[in-house]
Design a protein around this ligand. Structure first.
Ligand SMILES: Cc1cc2nc3c(=O)[nH]c(=O)nc-3n(C[C@H](O)[C@H](O)[C@H](O)COP(=O)(O)OP(=O)(O)OC[C@H]3O[C@@H](n4cnc5c(N)ncnc54)[C@H](O)[C@@H]3O)c2cc1C
Length: 241
């Protein structure tokens, strides 16, 4: 992945990109990889480093969502556990097995969390990261010595995934290049051009050189996450003939 090469590709192409994605976080990078791997001519622009926004500041869990199970959203948990397993299989350098302990202070905690987390294991199927199990008060305290021992009855240990979010983003950007797409960082969207009521291009500013660029796009995806409101400040002008 070479920014100068990406920049040349951006400057030397005057036609329409099939898809331009704004934002190089997890969402934008995922969209761009999907598009590029389907053969679409794809450009992704990120105003800072890839994953500089929310996507490098997460809790770094690649989890199936125990709390969604508690909410009864089984299909979401199934999907998330499947994705967790695939990421572990496809990118073991990014994901590791992380065990958690739920301490039990009430008589019903053991059966409640024990059964719930067994269901979580079952839903993960062969992509599971290890069986959950009930552990004694002594083992719970040995593993977490700072727990309040008074009224502690035991704990339930279960497994989820921990991942390197920023490195995943860089690997996604590299995969976009491998798939024929063009991701470029330090390239800020400052305006949109319109053909009638349709967006047909973007005005860009290179944050490193200060140079301005214009690109044409058949489809624009705004994947700017929490920065989306700022897109209201982008300039708007008619399409470049
Ligand atoms: C505290 C916290 C903990 C979390 N923990 C987890 C977790 O453990 N596991 C998990 O899977 N998820 C977790 N999440 C959720 C996850 O981090 C987010 O869903 C994800 O990072 C959102 O990615 P995004 O690409 O939508 O947004 P972002 O990563 O914010 O990407 C948006 C990008 O758009 C760029 N941008 C904005 N304006 C422009 C412009 N004009 N031109 C060019 N680029 C622009 C920004 O610079 C930014 O890089 C957590 C979230 C939070 C807040």
């Amino acid at each position: 992945m070479d920014r100068n090469q990406s920049l040349d590709q951006l400057k030397n192409y005057d036609g329409y990109w099939d898809m331009v994605v704004i934002g190089g976080g997890a969402t934008g990078l995922g969209c761009a990889l999907d598009a590029a791997s389907r053969g679409y001519k794809t450009l992704l622009v990120e105003q800072h480093d890839f994953a500089k926004g929310t996507s490098s500041r997460s809790t770094k869990l690649i989890h199936g969502g125990v709390r969604y199970l508690q909410q009864g959203n089984v299909s979401l948990v199934l999907e998330a556990l499947h994705e967790r397993g695939l990421l572990m299989q496809n990118a073991p350098h990014l994901v590791q097995n992380q065990s958690f302990i739920v301490p039990n202070y009430d008589w019903w905690n053991g059966p409640f969390y024990g059964v719930g987390l067994k269901v979580y294991d079952l839903l993960a199927g062969r992509l599971g990261l290890g069986p959950s199990k009930w552990i004694s008060k002594e083992e719970t305290l040995a593993r977490i010595p700072t727990l309040e021992p008074n009224r502690l009855r035991g704990g339930v240990i279960y497994h989820d995934g921990q991942f390197d979010d920023a490195r995943l983003a860089i690997n996604l950007a590299q995969s976009i290049v491998d798939a024929g797409g063009v991701p470029i960082n330090y390239m800020q969207v400052v305006g949109l051009t319109h053909a009638g009521r349709m967006v047909d291009g973007l005005d860009l500013t290179d944050a490193l050189s200060g140079e301005s660029h214009h690109v044409r796009a058949r489809v624009v995806i705004n994947a700017t996450g929490i920065f989306t409101d700022a897109s209201c400040a982008w300039t708007s002008r008619p399409a470049v003939p």
